[in-house]
Write a protein that binds this ligand. Structure first.
Ligand code: V47
Length: 378
Protein backbone atom coordinates (compact mmCIF):
# COMPACT_ATOMS: atom_id res chain seq x y z
CA UNK A 1 0.00 0.00 0.00
CA UNK A 2 1.43 3.44 -0.83
CA UNK A 3 1.87 6.02 1.91
CA UNK A 4 -1.10 8.17 0.83
CA UNK A 5 -3.39 5.14 0.98
CA UNK A 6 -2.09 4.02 4.34
CA UNK A 7 -2.76 7.49 5.80
CA UNK A 8 -6.31 7.32 4.44
CA UNK A 9 -6.74 3.80 5.82
CA UNK A 10 -5.58 4.94 9.25
CA UNK A 11 -8.17 7.72 9.21
CA UNK A 12 -11.00 5.40 8.16
CA UNK A 13 -10.10 2.84 10.82
CA UNK A 14 -9.93 5.67 13.38
CA UNK A 15 -13.50 6.63 12.32
CA UNK A 16 -12.34 10.02 11.03
CA UNK A 17 -13.74 11.73 7.95
CA UNK A 18 -11.51 11.77 4.90
CA UNK A 19 -10.85 15.04 3.05
CA UNK A 20 -11.73 15.98 -0.55
CA UNK A 21 -8.13 15.41 -1.67
CA UNK A 22 -7.98 12.02 0.03
CA UNK A 23 -11.24 10.93 -1.59
CA UNK A 24 -9.90 11.98 -5.00
CA UNK A 25 -6.75 9.95 -4.26
CA UNK A 26 -8.97 6.90 -3.72
CA UNK A 27 -10.38 7.34 -7.23
CA UNK A 28 -6.88 7.67 -8.66
CA UNK A 29 -5.78 4.41 -7.03
CA UNK A 30 -6.46 1.01 -8.55
CA UNK A 31 -5.87 -0.81 -5.27
CA UNK A 32 -9.30 -2.42 -5.23
CA UNK A 33 -8.33 -4.70 -2.36
CA UNK A 34 -7.87 -1.78 0.03
CA UNK A 35 -11.07 -0.12 -1.25
CA UNK A 36 -12.97 -3.32 -0.47
CA UNK A 37 -11.47 -3.51 3.03
CA UNK A 38 -12.15 0.12 3.91
CA UNK A 39 -15.68 0.16 2.47
CA UNK A 40 -16.51 -3.13 4.19
CA UNK A 41 -15.18 -1.73 7.47
CA UNK A 42 -17.56 1.28 7.21
CA UNK A 43 -20.48 -0.89 6.02
CA UNK A 44 -20.06 -3.30 8.93
CA UNK A 45 -19.59 -0.52 11.49
CA UNK A 46 -22.81 1.16 10.37
CA UNK A 47 -24.95 -2.00 10.30
CA UNK A 48 -27.02 -2.71 13.41
CA UNK A 49 -26.01 -5.55 15.70
CA UNK A 50 -27.25 -8.92 14.29
CA UNK A 51 -27.47 -7.35 10.80
CA UNK A 52 -23.76 -7.09 10.02
CA UNK A 53 -24.05 -9.64 7.19
CA UNK A 54 -27.48 -8.55 5.98
CA UNK A 55 -28.14 -7.36 2.45
CA UNK A 56 -31.47 -5.61 2.04
CA UNK A 57 -33.90 -6.09 -0.82
CA UNK A 58 -37.58 -5.32 -1.34
CA UNK A 59 -40.56 -6.23 -3.47
CA UNK A 60 -41.35 -3.18 -5.54
CA UNK A 61 -42.64 -1.89 -8.83
CA UNK A 62 -41.90 1.24 -10.81
CA UNK A 63 -44.71 3.34 -12.19
CA UNK A 64 -44.03 6.12 -14.70
CA UNK A 65 -47.45 7.67 -15.35
CA UNK A 66 -46.13 9.90 -18.15
CA UNK A 67 -43.03 10.10 -20.32
CA UNK A 68 -43.95 13.54 -21.67
CA UNK A 69 -41.26 15.99 -20.63
CA UNK A 70 -40.66 19.63 -21.48
CA UNK A 71 -37.12 19.49 -20.10
CA UNK A 72 -34.13 18.27 -22.06
CA UNK A 73 -31.40 15.99 -20.66
CA UNK A 74 -28.90 14.59 -23.17
CA UNK A 75 -28.55 11.28 -21.28
CA UNK A 76 -32.29 10.53 -21.21
CA UNK A 77 -33.85 8.03 -23.63
CA UNK A 78 -37.15 7.86 -21.78
CA UNK A 79 -38.62 11.35 -22.28
CA UNK A 80 -40.77 12.31 -25.26
CA UNK A 81 -41.99 15.69 -26.47
CA UNK A 82 -45.79 16.14 -26.09
CA UNK A 83 -46.62 15.25 -29.71
CA UNK A 84 -43.78 12.84 -30.37
CA UNK A 85 -44.52 9.26 -31.34
CA UNK A 86 -44.54 7.07 -28.26
CA UNK A 87 -45.52 9.89 -25.87
CA UNK A 88 -48.03 8.70 -23.25
CA UNK A 89 -49.89 9.86 -20.16
CA UNK A 90 -51.84 7.25 -18.22
CA UNK A 91 -55.32 7.96 -16.96
CA UNK A 92 -55.67 7.95 -13.17
CA UNK A 93 -57.50 4.63 -13.45
CA UNK A 94 -54.78 3.03 -15.59
CA UNK A 95 -52.01 4.14 -13.25
CA UNK A 96 -53.99 3.10 -10.16
CA UNK A 97 -54.65 -0.33 -11.63
CA UNK A 98 -50.94 -0.89 -12.22
CA UNK A 99 -50.19 -0.05 -8.58
CA UNK A 100 -53.04 -2.26 -7.32
CA UNK A 101 -51.87 -5.16 -9.50
CA UNK A 102 -48.35 -4.74 -8.12
CA UNK A 103 -49.67 -4.86 -4.58
CA UNK A 104 -51.71 -7.99 -5.33
CA UNK A 105 -48.52 -9.63 -6.60
CA UNK A 106 -46.77 -8.85 -3.32
CA UNK A 107 -45.18 -5.41 -3.79
CA UNK A 108 -44.81 -3.33 -0.64
CA UNK A 109 -43.57 -0.23 -2.49
CA UNK A 110 -44.44 1.66 -5.66
CA UNK A 111 -41.74 4.01 -7.00
CA UNK A 112 -43.50 6.76 -8.99
CA UNK A 113 -41.68 9.30 -11.18
CA UNK A 114 -42.45 10.84 -14.55
CA UNK A 115 -41.51 13.50 -17.07
CA UNK A 116 -42.10 17.22 -16.53
CA UNK A 117 -45.57 17.30 -18.06
CA UNK A 118 -47.75 20.38 -17.40
CA UNK A 119 -50.81 18.18 -17.98
CA UNK A 120 -49.77 15.69 -15.31
CA UNK A 121 -48.62 17.86 -12.43
CA UNK A 122 -49.89 18.59 -8.93
CA UNK A 123 -53.68 18.12 -9.44
CA UNK A 124 -53.07 14.91 -11.42
CA UNK A 125 -50.68 13.41 -8.89
CA UNK A 126 -52.76 14.43 -5.86
CA UNK A 127 -55.63 12.54 -7.42
CA UNK A 128 -53.45 9.56 -8.33
CA UNK A 129 -51.93 9.23 -4.86
CA UNK A 130 -55.39 9.51 -3.27
CA UNK A 131 -56.74 6.91 -5.68
CA UNK A 132 -53.92 4.42 -4.95
CA UNK A 133 -54.22 4.91 -1.18
CA UNK A 134 -58.00 4.42 -1.28
CA UNK A 135 -57.54 1.03 -2.98
CA UNK A 136 -54.32 -0.24 -1.39
CA UNK A 137 -53.55 1.78 1.75
CA UNK A 138 -50.77 -0.66 2.68
CA UNK A 139 -48.69 0.10 -0.43
CA UNK A 140 -45.86 2.54 0.39
CA UNK A 141 -45.69 5.38 -2.13
CA UNK A 142 -42.10 6.52 -2.79
CA UNK A 143 -42.52 9.25 -5.37
CA UNK A 144 -41.22 12.35 -7.14
CA UNK A 145 -37.73 13.67 -7.63
CA UNK A 146 -36.91 17.10 -6.24
CA UNK A 147 -36.96 18.25 -9.89
CA UNK A 148 -40.62 17.28 -10.18
CA UNK A 149 -41.48 18.93 -6.85
CA UNK A 150 -39.88 22.19 -8.09
CA UNK A 151 -41.81 21.89 -11.37
CA UNK A 152 -45.14 21.42 -9.56
CA UNK A 153 -44.27 24.40 -7.34
CA UNK A 154 -43.56 26.64 -10.31
CA UNK A 155 -46.81 25.69 -12.06
CA UNK A 156 -48.97 26.21 -8.99
CA UNK A 157 -47.05 29.21 -7.58
CA UNK A 158 -46.62 27.30 -4.34
CA UNK A 159 -43.39 26.77 -2.43
CA UNK A 160 -41.78 23.32 -2.59
CA UNK A 161 -42.69 22.97 1.06
CA UNK A 162 -46.38 23.63 0.29
CA UNK A 163 -46.29 21.17 -2.62
CA UNK A 164 -44.80 18.51 -0.37
CA UNK A 165 -47.49 19.14 2.23
CA UNK A 166 -50.24 18.69 -0.41
CA UNK A 167 -48.65 15.46 -1.68
CA UNK A 168 -48.13 14.08 1.83
CA UNK A 169 -51.77 14.74 2.58
CA UNK A 170 -52.64 12.83 -0.63
CA UNK A 171 -50.53 9.81 0.37
CA UNK A 172 -46.83 10.46 -0.32
CA UNK A 173 -44.76 8.33 2.07
CA UNK A 174 -41.16 9.00 0.99
CA UNK A 175 -39.07 10.31 -1.91
CA UNK A 176 -36.61 8.58 -4.25
CA UNK A 177 -33.20 10.03 -5.02
CA UNK A 178 -33.44 10.86 -8.72
CA UNK A 179 -32.72 14.13 -10.48
CA UNK A 180 -29.45 14.73 -8.61
CA UNK A 181 -27.33 13.64 -11.62
CA UNK A 182 -23.98 15.40 -10.95
CA UNK A 183 -24.27 18.59 -8.90
CA UNK A 184 -21.36 20.45 -10.60
CA UNK A 185 -22.77 23.43 -12.55
CA UNK A 186 -20.54 22.77 -15.57
CA UNK A 187 -21.85 19.19 -15.89
CA UNK A 188 -25.47 20.24 -15.33
CA UNK A 189 -25.15 23.00 -17.94
CA UNK A 190 -23.83 20.50 -20.49
CA UNK A 191 -26.19 17.61 -19.78
CA UNK A 192 -29.40 18.75 -18.09
CA UNK A 193 -29.65 22.55 -18.24
CA UNK A 194 -33.38 22.54 -17.45
CA UNK A 195 -32.95 20.75 -14.14
CA UNK A 196 -32.87 22.70 -10.87
CA UNK A 197 -29.37 23.52 -9.58
CA UNK A 198 -27.73 21.59 -6.76
CA UNK A 199 -28.76 24.02 -4.00
CA UNK A 200 -32.42 23.69 -4.92
CA UNK A 201 -32.22 19.89 -5.15
CA UNK A 202 -30.68 19.80 -1.68
CA UNK A 203 -33.06 22.35 -0.15
CA UNK A 204 -36.08 20.45 -1.49
CA UNK A 205 -34.87 17.28 0.23
CA UNK A 206 -34.23 19.33 3.37
CA UNK A 207 -37.88 20.52 3.25
CA UNK A 208 -39.01 16.91 2.87
CA UNK A 209 -36.82 15.93 5.84
CA UNK A 210 -38.33 18.77 7.91
CA UNK A 211 -41.75 17.32 7.15
CA UNK A 212 -40.60 13.96 8.47
CA UNK A 213 -40.05 12.21 5.14
CA UNK A 214 -37.20 9.82 4.46
CA UNK A 215 -35.58 10.34 1.05
CA UNK A 216 -32.77 8.88 -1.05
CA UNK A 217 -29.97 10.45 -3.07
CA UNK A 218 -28.35 9.41 -6.35
CA UNK A 219 -25.39 10.38 -8.52
CA UNK A 220 -25.42 9.60 -12.25
CA UNK A 221 -21.85 8.74 -13.24
CA UNK A 222 -20.59 8.54 -16.80
CA UNK A 223 -21.97 11.84 -18.10
CA UNK A 224 -18.68 13.68 -18.58
CA UNK A 225 -17.86 14.44 -14.93
CA UNK A 226 -14.41 14.02 -13.41
CA UNK A 227 -13.35 12.50 -10.07
CA UNK A 228 -13.46 15.90 -8.33
CA UNK A 229 -17.06 16.43 -9.50
CA UNK A 230 -18.06 13.06 -8.04
CA UNK A 231 -16.40 13.78 -4.72
CA UNK A 232 -17.89 17.30 -4.53
CA UNK A 233 -21.30 15.74 -5.18
CA UNK A 234 -20.82 13.34 -2.28
CA UNK A 235 -19.50 16.08 0.01
CA UNK A 236 -22.57 18.27 -0.65
CA UNK A 237 -24.74 15.30 0.30
CA UNK A 238 -22.67 14.61 3.42
CA UNK A 239 -23.05 18.26 4.54
CA UNK A 240 -26.78 18.22 3.84
CA UNK A 241 -27.19 14.98 5.75
CA UNK A 242 -25.42 16.54 8.77
CA UNK A 243 -27.99 19.37 8.71
CA UNK A 244 -30.90 16.99 8.17
CA UNK A 245 -29.87 14.59 10.94
CA UNK A 246 -29.77 17.55 13.34
CA UNK A 247 -33.52 17.97 12.76
CA UNK A 248 -34.28 14.55 14.17
CA UNK A 249 -37.23 14.12 11.78
CA UNK A 250 -36.49 13.03 8.21
CA UNK A 251 -33.14 12.36 6.53
CA UNK A 252 -31.50 10.56 3.63
CA UNK A 253 -31.62 6.78 3.99
CA UNK A 254 -29.71 5.46 1.02
CA UNK A 255 -27.20 6.62 -1.58
CA UNK A 256 -27.46 5.05 -5.02
CA UNK A 257 -24.51 5.46 -7.41
CA UNK A 258 -26.12 5.26 -10.86
CA UNK A 259 -24.27 4.48 -14.11
CA UNK A 260 -25.29 6.05 -17.39
CA UNK A 261 -26.60 3.78 -20.16
CA UNK A 262 -26.15 5.27 -23.61
CA UNK A 263 -28.45 3.61 -26.15
CA UNK A 264 -30.76 6.09 -27.91
CA UNK A 265 -29.27 9.05 -26.04
CA UNK A 266 -27.66 12.22 -27.36
CA UNK A 267 -24.73 11.84 -24.96
CA UNK A 268 -23.62 8.54 -26.48
CA UNK A 269 -20.97 10.03 -28.79
CA UNK A 270 -19.77 12.69 -26.37
CA UNK A 271 -18.38 10.76 -23.39
CA UNK A 272 -16.27 7.74 -22.54
CA UNK A 273 -18.66 5.06 -21.27
CA UNK A 274 -18.31 4.29 -17.58
CA UNK A 275 -16.26 1.15 -16.83
CA UNK A 276 -16.90 -1.67 -14.37
CA UNK A 277 -13.92 -0.58 -12.27
CA UNK A 278 -15.39 2.90 -11.96
CA UNK A 279 -18.77 1.48 -10.97
CA UNK A 280 -17.08 -0.45 -8.16
CA UNK A 281 -15.09 2.62 -7.11
CA UNK A 282 -18.30 4.71 -6.98
CA UNK A 283 -19.84 2.17 -4.61
CA UNK A 284 -16.77 1.84 -2.37
CA UNK A 285 -15.77 5.50 -2.24
CA UNK A 286 -19.33 6.64 -1.56
CA UNK A 287 -19.51 4.13 1.30
CA UNK A 288 -16.32 5.62 2.77
CA UNK A 289 -17.17 9.31 2.20
CA UNK A 290 -20.87 9.20 3.10
CA UNK A 291 -20.28 8.10 6.67
CA UNK A 292 -23.62 9.61 7.72
CA UNK A 293 -25.73 7.60 5.25
CA UNK A 294 -27.03 4.29 6.60
CA UNK A 295 -27.19 2.45 3.28
CA UNK A 296 -25.49 2.22 -0.11
CA UNK A 297 -27.49 0.58 -2.88
CA UNK A 298 -26.08 -1.61 -5.66
CA UNK A 299 -28.86 -1.00 -8.18
CA UNK A 300 -28.84 -4.28 -10.13
CA UNK A 301 -30.91 -2.75 -12.96
CA UNK A 302 -27.87 -0.68 -13.93
CA UNK A 303 -25.01 -2.81 -12.60
CA UNK A 304 -26.32 -6.17 -13.78
CA UNK A 305 -26.68 -9.10 -11.38
CA UNK A 306 -23.01 -10.08 -11.26
CA UNK A 307 -21.57 -6.60 -10.78
CA UNK A 308 -24.21 -5.93 -8.11
CA UNK A 309 -23.07 -9.10 -6.32
CA UNK A 310 -19.48 -7.91 -6.43
CA UNK A 311 -20.52 -4.47 -5.14
CA UNK A 312 -21.68 -6.14 -1.91
CA UNK A 313 -17.98 -6.71 -1.15
CA UNK A 314 -17.31 -3.02 -1.77
CA UNK A 315 -19.63 -1.52 0.83
CA UNK A 316 -23.13 -1.87 -0.66
CA UNK A 317 -25.69 -3.35 1.74
CA UNK A 318 -28.79 -3.06 -0.46
CA UNK A 319 -29.54 -4.44 -3.91
CA UNK A 320 -32.87 -2.62 -4.53
CA UNK A 321 -35.79 -4.91 -5.27
CA UNK A 322 -37.72 -6.94 -7.78
CA UNK A 323 -38.16 -3.64 -9.72
CA UNK A 324 -41.12 -4.62 -11.87
CA UNK A 325 -41.71 -2.38 -14.90
CA UNK A 326 -38.53 -0.27 -14.89
CA UNK A 327 -38.57 2.02 -17.94
CA UNK A 328 -35.90 4.73 -17.63
CA UNK A 329 -32.75 2.59 -17.82
CA UNK A 330 -34.47 0.11 -20.11
CA UNK A 331 -35.15 2.94 -22.60
CA UNK A 332 -31.37 3.48 -22.68
CA UNK A 333 -30.66 -0.17 -23.40
CA UNK A 334 -30.17 -1.94 -20.08
CA UNK A 335 -32.38 -4.86 -21.14
CA UNK A 336 -33.05 -5.60 -17.45
CA UNK A 337 -36.67 -6.32 -16.65
CA UNK A 338 -37.85 -7.46 -13.24
CA UNK A 339 -35.91 -9.97 -11.11
CA UNK A 340 -37.81 -12.59 -9.13
CA UNK A 341 -37.48 -12.42 -5.35
CA UNK A 342 -35.95 -15.89 -5.22
CA UNK A 343 -33.23 -14.95 -7.70
CA UNK A 344 -32.39 -11.78 -5.76
CA UNK A 345 -32.05 -13.81 -2.58
CA UNK A 346 -29.84 -16.36 -4.30
CA UNK A 347 -27.61 -13.59 -5.64
CA UNK A 348 -27.16 -12.25 -2.12
CA UNK A 349 -26.49 -15.71 -0.65
CA UNK A 350 -24.11 -16.47 -3.51
CA UNK A 351 -22.05 -13.44 -2.51
CA UNK A 352 -21.83 -14.72 1.08
CA UNK A 353 -24.44 -12.46 2.70
CA UNK A 354 -27.86 -12.96 4.27
CA UNK A 355 -30.84 -11.72 2.24
CA UNK A 356 -33.19 -9.63 4.32
CA UNK A 357 -36.48 -8.46 2.86
CA UNK A 358 -37.30 -4.93 3.97
CA UNK A 359 -40.03 -2.40 3.55
CA UNK A 360 -39.08 1.04 2.22
CA UNK A 361 -38.09 2.24 5.68
CA UNK A 362 -35.81 -0.75 6.38
CA UNK A 363 -38.18 -2.61 8.68
CA UNK A 364 -37.60 -6.36 8.35
CA UNK A 365 -40.44 -8.18 6.57
CA UNK A 366 -41.28 -11.75 7.39
CA UNK A 367 -43.47 -13.37 4.77
CA UNK A 368 -43.64 -16.77 6.44
CA UNK A 369 -46.80 -15.86 8.31
CA UNK A 370 -48.29 -12.84 6.68
CA UNK A 371 -47.40 -10.82 3.58
CA UNK A 372 -47.12 -7.67 5.62
CA UNK A 373 -45.90 -8.80 9.00
CA UNK A 374 -43.34 -6.23 10.07
CA UNK A 375 -40.88 -7.27 12.74
CA UNK A 376 -39.93 -4.16 14.68
CA UNK A 377 -36.51 -2.96 13.72
CA UNK A 378 -36.44 0.77 13.12
O1 V47 B 1 -32.60 10.85 -12.13
C1 V47 B 1 -31.74 8.89 -16.60
C2 V47 B 1 -31.18 8.32 -14.19
C3 V47 B 1 -32.66 8.45 -12.52
C4 V47 B 1 -30.44 7.48 -17.57
O2 V47 B 1 -34.30 6.31 -4.79
C5 V47 B 1 -30.34 7.27 -16.21
O3 V47 B 1 -34.42 4.17 -4.46
C6 V47 B 1 -28.82 5.59 -16.53
O4 V47 B 1 -33.34 7.93 -9.40
N1 V47 B 1 -28.85 5.76 -17.86
C7 V47 B 1 -33.96 7.90 -12.04
N2 V47 B 1 -29.54 6.33 -15.68
C8 V47 B 1 -33.72 6.59 -11.28
C9 V47 B 1 -33.53 6.83 -9.82
C10 V47 B 1 -33.60 5.70 -8.88
C11 V47 B 1 -33.48 4.40 -9.33
C12 V47 B 1 -33.59 3.36 -8.40
C13 V47 B 1 -33.81 3.60 -7.07
C14 V47 B 1 -33.95 4.90 -6.64
C15 V47 B 1 -34.24 5.16 -5.21
C16 V47 B 1 -33.82 5.97 -7.53
O5 V47 B 1 -32.22 7.65 -13.59
C17 V47 B 1 -32.61 9.84 -13.07
C18 V47 B 1 -31.28 9.79 -13.79
O6 V47 B 1 -30.25 10.05 -12.90
N3 V47 B 1 -31.13 8.17 -15.63
N4 V47 B 1 -31.32 8.47 -17.80
C19 V47 B 1 -29.64 6.69 -18.43
N5 V47 B 1 -29.63 6.87 -19.75
Amino acid sequence: MNSKLSLIANKVYADQRISREEAVDLYASNDLAILSKLATYVRTKKAKENYKKAVWWNTNLHLNPTNVCIGFCNFCAFAKRPNEEGAYTMTIDEATQKAVRGYELGATEVHIVGGLNPKAALPYYSELLGSIKSKVPGLHIKAFTAVEIAFFAKLTKKTPSEVLAVLREAGLDSMPGGGAEVFAKSVRDDTCPDKIPAEQWLSTHYEAHKQGLKTNATMLAGIGENFEDRIDHMLLLREQQDRSLALDSGCFQTFIPLSCHYEDTDIADQVEPITGIEQIKNIAISRIVLDNFDHIKAYWVQLGHKMAQLALHFGADDIDGTVVDEKITNAAGSGKKATQAEILQNLIRGAGFIPMERDTLYNVLDRKNDRDLVLSFN
